[in-house]
Design a binder for this molecule. Structure first.
Ligand code: ADP
Ligand code: ADP
Length: 235
């Protein structure tokens, strides 16, 4: 069953109809790619799902139950986490501290005792390793990592703190070929750990490398919504 579902959902900003009649279902262990040009409605879609905006038409369901989220904190409480392009990381802070900053930002709790720094570093290293991120110095300032590695730490952090749905807003847009590959690998790792991933991208090649479902927005409506198996390359 889908974790997150939109049924005929849309949003107007005043008299601007930014999104209209959108159906979307995000199931565990799948990657849903949302594609579209500037102004197509991608930001509006993820703002609705992440609790930043409310839909003005149709329904938004979480675990089959219609919801109206008041803010992003409510989305996080339901396990819906967003990783934005401009990451919520503090560049001069060590990797491990940035990793645990997530617990304050998302749940308001520290899973480990605040002073147990050695354990926090070990947990961070282990979680990064589980996502396939090879980093051995947790004291490194996160700002010294590559863009791809920073995104990956943000993804691992969201997974560790209980995300069930991960919304990635253009995670490869600012990256070169090699770093994009790094991020695509972690998207696949999150999927393999059972998360539903919503991958917003301009790049059809990146989408096709990891996507199970493709939703293409144009002028606020779905131009295409297709499973990977339904897309043929021979025409
Ligand atoms: P809302 O109040 O619906 O949550 P925002 O806080 O994003 O929307 O924006 C407040 C107001 O700023 C909007 O109602 C709109 O008038 C204006 N605005 C913001 N972004 C845009 C945009 N991309 N295009 C046109 N108007 C915008
Ligand atoms: P995308 O992320 O695909 O570029 P958006 O969701 O930002 O698309 O925008 C969809 C449409 O809604 C655009 O026409 C945009 O100008 C309009 N829009 C977005 N935010 C606002 C706002 N706060 N107020 C008015 N219009 C907006």
């Amino acid at each position: 069953a889908p974790i997150v579902e939109l049924r005929g959902a849309g949003k107007s900003y005043g008299n601007v109809l930014a999104l209209h009649g959108v159906d979307l279902a995000v199931r565990p262990g799948t990657v849903t790619c949302v594609l579209g040009d500037n102004g197509a409605g991608k930001s509006t879609l993820i703002k609705i799902i992440s609790g930043l905006h409310q839909h003005t038409e149709g329904d938004y369901l979480i675990d089959g139950e219609p919801v109206r989220l008041a803010n992003p904190r409510e989305a996080l409480a339901r396990g819906i986490a967003t990783v934005y392009q401009d990451l919520a990381t503090v560049p001069l802070m060590p990797v491990w501290r940035n990793f645990f900053l997530g617990s304050e930002l998302t749940r308001g709790v520290w899973p480990l005792r605040r002073l147990d720094i050695a354990r926090m570093k070990a947990t961070c290293e282990e979680e990064l390793r589980r996502m396939g991120i090879a980093l051995n110095d947790m004291e490194r300032p996160i700002g010294s990592l590559s863009g791809g590695q920073r995104q990956s730490v943000a993804i691992a952090r969201a997974v560790y703190f209980g995300a069930r749905v991960l919304i990635l807003d253009e995670p490869t847009a600012a990256l070169g070929v090699k770093q994009s590959g790094v991020v695509l690998k972690y998207i696949a790792a999150a999927r393999d750990r059972g998360l539903g991933v919503i991958f917003i991208t301009h790049n059809p090649h990146h989408a096709f490398m990891v996507g199970d479902h493709f939703s293409v927005l144009r002028l606020g409506t779905l131009e295409l919504s297709a499973a990977r198996a339904d897309i043929t390359l021979d025409q």
